[in-house]
Design a protein around this ligand. Structure first.
Ligand code: ATR
Length: 295
């Protein structure tokens, strides 16, 4: 987004605490306005800064934020895996998911993953309780790893379908290894396979990038396969606000949610970790909507 809304003057003091975001690129992130709106609303002397960190500079960047005394940073593409080996300790979630999206900088540098918890909070907000429910997850990339872990640890069972079937099988195997007793199956996104699984689902989650702007004409649901009537959809994509898959689900009478609330809740979890303060989630959501030009 080139226009992220009006910029407010930030008055830093000698006591100001800094947090930020490591990404490459980082220009389009809406995390800075989201977190800075929260700090501002709570009158906190904190500031969230975007850092465009080339991959080869990531070890120096971690040393740098430690040396400068930042409270923590978020990490986005392409740094989430590389950070695993650059921290002193990992949380159970970060280790199981194999990705770090938040660093908590203290005596030790601890790698956290707030994507799983953020997804689960956003999902529960829709009214869906995942315990003992069956979820059909489309995609087997990085986002799928966090979502799959969140669903299985909450007691759901899972079918993972992916364009590249081997990747779905590998993710299913990995998730079974990290979540004791997990029931997970895997397959391809071929129409016949999808048709066979669609009607067993209590929830569909799209973790693929298909349908994301600027390729919003795309849809991961193959043409000719009916969407299972009334089965709720959680699409991790939030640009556009309604993907073609969401429209398909809504036409079937299902409730469809985009991924913006997951983004907000993963940020809110990081905010809690860094500050120890309860984040103003509604204000963070409003700041995101404003940054996306939707308010
Ligand atoms: P992320 O970290 O956002 O999950 P990723 O790891 O690159 O990104 O994963 C992208 C996901 O979108 C994968 O499941 C990918 O399927 P493949 O494993 O087959 O590549 C899926 N994806 C990307 N383009 C796709 C397409 N045109 N059709 C179907 N799935 C696609």
């Amino acid at each position: 987004m080139s226009d992220q809304g009006p910029r407010t003057a930030i008055s830093l003091t000698g006591h100001s605490r800094l947090v930020g975001l490591f990404g490459w690129p980082v220009e389009h992130s809406i995390s800075p306005p989201m977190h800075n709106a929260a700090f501002s609303a709570l009158g906190m002397d904190w500031c969230y800064v975007p850092f465009a960190v080339p991959p080869e500079c990531l070890p120096d960047a971690v040393r740098g934020v430690r040396a400068l005394g930042l409270a923590g940073v978020n990490a986005t593409v392409p740094h989430k895996q590389a950070l695993l080996s650059l921290v002193d300790a990992l949380t159970t979630e970060a280790q199981a998911i194999g990705a770090v999206n938040t660093l908590l900088l203290g005596e030790q540098t601890v790698g956290h993953n707030t994507d799983a918890a953020g997804f689960m909070r956003a999902l529960r907000e829709t009214g869906f309780a995942p315990e003992s429910r069956h979820v059909l997850m489309l995609g087997a990339g990085g986002a799928a790893r966090a979502v799959g872990y969140a669903l299985l640890t909450a007691g759901a069972t899972l079918t993972i379908l992916n364009r590249t079937e081997e990747r779905a099988a590998a993710l299913a195997q990995d998730l079974k290894t990290v979540v004791a007793g997990a029931i997970v199956e895997a397959g391809s996104l071929e129409p016949g396979v999808l048709s066979a699984h669609a009607h067993q689902a209590d929830l569909v989650v799209n973790t693929t990038v298909v349908g994301m702007s600027p390729h919003s004409a795309g849809c991961p649901w193959p043409v000719g396969v009916p969407y299972p009537a009334g089965v709720p959809l959680f699409d991790l994509i939030y640009t556009p606000p309604e993907t073609r898959l969401m429209a398909l689900a809504r036409q079937s009478g299902a409730h469809a949610t985009n991924g913006l609330t997951m983004l907000v809740h993963q940020g809110a979890e990081a905010f809690r970790l860094w500050t120890g303060v309860e984040p103003p989630v509604d204000i963070m959501l409003q700041a995101c909507l404003h940054a996306l030009g939707r308010s």
